[in-house]
Design a protein around this ligand. Structure first.
Ligand SMILES: [Zn+2]
Length: 699
């Protein structure tokens, strides 16, 4: 499904009118752009409604029921309706109803803090505003059956840091009263207090602010229109409880289309709509002659992760007319996808490698949550191993899921049961890659908001990891690089034998347990940086001293293996000033997987692993490989085709009878090399599928 939103929140200024609004123009453009579903404003950020409302206020410049007219046009063309409703931002209500406004700690009304543009005010859902929103949602759904309901600006951002600007904690009298009743204390005001009362703030946001909104709106919508998929923006940033209450998922591509979609496919399939919708970044720019490459690639990246691409921009002029060129750009971005529709759905991901995205880390240590997860996604993407994500709640089924490796970017707290599931996975032959304080925390999963964070004496999985915890060493906390690896002879280090790869601080001092081997030492920096101690422009180079204890440890456990890093090993390279992007981790991940996890079921070997990406799926008797060319983002309207590479299938998949490229229809030769099947995949422009049919009788 391809979705679109004309993202024009229009004020009631003198300059604004709808006198040139043309439904016929809309109809022509949407059909030509191959839009399957239109997101349509019920109420926008200004607080104006676009339908005949008895509860709210219709946009003052609108002389007709724009919502109803548009819905009739959509139905005529078989285009689905996603009803949009802005909850967090409602400038009208926040400025006219003082008791409904979201209040900052100093008591003033909150508005988003952009310097020059959008400065909408927010409303608090825990006031009478709640009934106002629910009454409008009821009006909208009773008037027009919706294929989807979408709620915007709802994620509160204290514990994830996400959404802080849009919807921070509210200090209105209603919230103050409710908070005091629940926790016997005032809402923390100082930043230090928010950190100190992390669990309290987390409980408030997760179980009250987020959950109540999700639960009440979903229940209301389902009571009016049973089975309706209800989407709340930014699903990937919600904690488990609210997320599990959602019956459909939607996220904006804030981590880029590829990474956001990768995180979204992790979601357990939602009850009423199984695919996540991802808003593409970058998108088509309104009024520009946007080249097709970047937006076509973004839409392809979303589809490659089994999600639905969503494009939006603001092409509506002050008199209501649409910029024709802009919507043509949307059509060009969707063109390829329309030609491979049939192979994009009803398929199961092949993900032999799983990245653990820890919900508990998100809640208890948000600064160390998404960065390491995104870095792990980047490294696995580079390796072209088939991978996906997993959360704690699904660890129990890890072994049965067909996974062969578990990569843990950062997970300090696992329950005994979750740790036991990981232990079982390794004992039965799985590969575990972890680091830092993995399982050093203690939790039962049933902690109350006033319980402190607890740490143990040793790692819960010390037996599996082959190391015991001694202490965390923060000596080099001001150094950009907290140490260097002096690597051993293991083939996983083959790309970095001639150097000493840097590690971020801190360093963990651990001792080897019997049977475990040290695969790299930790070389200390020459000095610990301080205000009056530095070396030159660069981070202090390696000194001569080794840290006490190993830096990287390999341990056999049962039939499986654990690789442990005594320092951060999946730090994000976000390209910010002073944060040099390191290349060695992704090269290491590639070499490490080839050494410790040979013969994946399917893998694309590319000569340009930086440019070519791939995802892999199974269907009855079929394998579908999605190949993408990132150079398309820089090819403008032209093409920069890149040879995809050598596709290698092993085990049960080494049985393909035919391989065809979709949509180009090119037939590919298949040859046998030892126990594997090899298919040379030729040049691709933006993206193509390799569709393999297995011989009869293959599952
Ligand atoms: Zn409030």
């Amino acid at each position: 499904m391809q979705l679109y939103l004309c993202d024009n929140h229009l004020p009631d200024f003198d300059e604004i009118s709808f006198e040139d609004f043309s439904l016929a123009q809309w109809e022509e453009l949407l059909v030509a752009a191959r839009v399957d579903c239109l997101m349509l404003y019920g109420k926008d950020h200004w607080g104006w409604s676009y339908y005949d409302t008895k509860v709210g206020q219709r946009h003052p410049k609108l002389s007709f029921d724009l919502f109803a007219e548009t819905v009739r046009m959509l139905r005529r063309n078989g285009i689905r309706l996603m009803t949009y409703y802005s909850i967090g931002f409602d400038n009208l209500m926040a400025t006219t109803r003082d008791d409904w406004a979201l209040r900052k700690a100093d008591g003033r009304k909150h508005r988003i803090g952009r310097e020059t543009y959008p400065k909408w005010h927010s409303c608090c859902f825990h006031t009478g505003y709640r009934d106002y929103c629910k009454a409008q949602v009821r009006e909208l759904l009773e008037a027009h059956r919706a294929d989807f309901l979408f709620l915007d600006i709802i994620k509160h951002g204290g514990y994830t840091g996400f959404g802080q600007d849009n919807l921070p904690l509210c200090y209105c009298p209603a919230c103050e009263k409710k908070f005091r009743q629940r926790y016997g204390m005032d809402i923390p005001r100082a930043a230090d207090d928010v950190a100190r009362f992390r669990r309290v703030v987390q409980d408030w946001e997760m179980n009250v602010l987020d959950y109540e909104m999700v639960d009440e709106i979903t229940s209301l919508a389902e009571s009016i229109q049973p089975g309706i998929p209800v989407m709340f923006n930014e699903t990937v940033h919600f904690a488990q409880r609210a997320r599990n209450r959602m019956n459909a998922h939607f996220s904006e591509g804030r981590y880029g289309s590829w990474r956001t979609a990768a995180m979204s496919r992790l979601q357990r399939r939602a009850l009423h709509y199984g695919r996540s919708v991802i808003s593409c970044h970058p998108t088509v720019t309104a009024y520009d002659v946007s080249p097709v490459g970047p937006s076509a690639l973004a839409a392809a990246q979303v589809a490659a992760w089994d999600c639905d691409p969503f494009l939006m921009h603001g092409p509506q002029d002050s008199r209501g007319r649409i910029d024709t060129n802009s919507l043509k750009g949307v059509g060009r971005a969707f063109a390829d996808l329309a030609r491979m529709d049939e192979l994009l759905e009803n398929r199961q991901p092949i993900d032999e490698v799983r990245i653990l995205e820890s919900d508990r880390q998100r809640l208890l240590d948000p600064a160390n949550h998404s960065g390491p997860v995104l870095a792990a996604i980047d490294f696995l993407t580079y390796s072209k191993y088939p991978f996906g994500l997993i959360r704690e709640e699904d660890l129990d089924g890890l072994a049965a899921s067909g996974a062969r490796a578990l990569i843990v970017p950062r997970a300090t707290w696992l329950t005994e049961d979750e740790a036991q599931a990981v232990r079982r996975f390794v004992r039965d032959g799985g590969l575990l890659v972890c680091g830092e304080d993995f399982t050093l925390g203690r939790c039962t999963g049933r902690e109350g908001p006033l319980d402190p964070l607890a740490m143990g004496e040793d790692f819960l999985l010390a037996d599996v990891m082959g190391v015991s915890f001694v202490r965390r060493d923060d000596t080099y906390r001001h150094n950009r690089w907290g140490g260097y690896l002096r690597v051993g002879e293991h083939p996983m280090w083959k790309s970095m034998r001639d150097t000493t790869p840097p590690l971020m601080p801190p360093c963990y001092e651990v001792t080897l347990r019997p049977g475990a081997t040290c695969e790299a030492d930790h070389l200390r920096p020459s000095i610990a940086m301080a205000m009056d101690r530095w070396v030159n422009w660069f981070p202090p180079p390696p000194g001569r001293e080794l840290s006490d204890g190993p830096a990287v440890v390999l341990n056999r456990y049962g039939k499986g293996t654990c690789l442990y890093f005594a320092a951060p090993y999946v730090e994000p390279n976000d390209g910010s000033p002073g944060a040099e992007a390191l290349d060695w981790p992704r090269r290491f991940f590639n070499d490490m997987l080839e050494t410790l996890l040979p013969a994946p079921a399917v893998r694309l070997h590319s000569d340009c692993p930086e440019l070519v990406d791939a995802t892999y799926y199974r269907r009855d008797g079929e394998v579908i490989v999605h190949c993408l060319n990132k150079a398309a983002a820089h090819a403008g309207d032209g093409a920069a085709p890149v040879k995809a590479g050598r596709l290698v299938l092993t085990g049960p998949l080494a049985n393909a009878a035919s391989a065809v490229m979709v949509p180009s229809g090119r037939e590919l030769a298949i040859r046998r090399e030892g126990d594997s099947l090899v298919v040379d995949v030729p040049e691709i422009a933006v993206h193509e599928l390799v569709h393999l049919r297995l011989r009869d009788g293959c599952p």
